[in-house]
Design a protein around this ligand. Structure first.
Ligand code: ZN
Length: 118
């Protein structure tokens, strides 16, 4: 029995050209279009080859896995929390502002005065 999950995501945006042979295009010119033994041009060509091999490997994998793939059931959504907690949040905010008012304003001073009096 063979059983595994497989997830592949590759995202690369390539924009490259040889600084010496700016017109070299590995897709159009191929390996034979490389002038001299330019490493940058070879690098571009190898990159294109790697991409083509990867595409072919993914296609082959999907083709072979297709008949055996198990259809996924959609995830069950969690039940929505009740509206009560969200309704309480604005009151908590109001309570916080009340606390800051007592620090800076009159109510705190009144509290100190009350303590002295006791
Ligand atoms: Zn080059």
């Amino acid at each position: 029995m063979l059983k595994f999950n497989y997830k592949l995501t590759v995202k690369e945006r390539i924009k490259a050209k040889c600084p010496r042979h700016t017109r070299y295009n590995p897709e159009r010119d191929g390996r034979g279009g490389i002038i001299g033994a330019c490493t940058a041009c070879y690098s571009l060509y190898d990159l294109l080859e790697a991409r083509n091999k990867l595409d072919a490997a993914v296609r082959e994998f999907v083709r072979r896995a297709g008949p055996w793939a198990v259809a996924r059931e959609p995830r069950k959504k969690k039940p929505q929390p009740s509206a009560e907690p969200t309704a309480l949040q604005p009151e908590e905010g109001r309570a916080l502002t009340d606390v800051t008012n007592t620090r800076d304003g009159l109510p705190l001073a009144q509290l100190k005065n009350d303590r002295r009096m006791v």
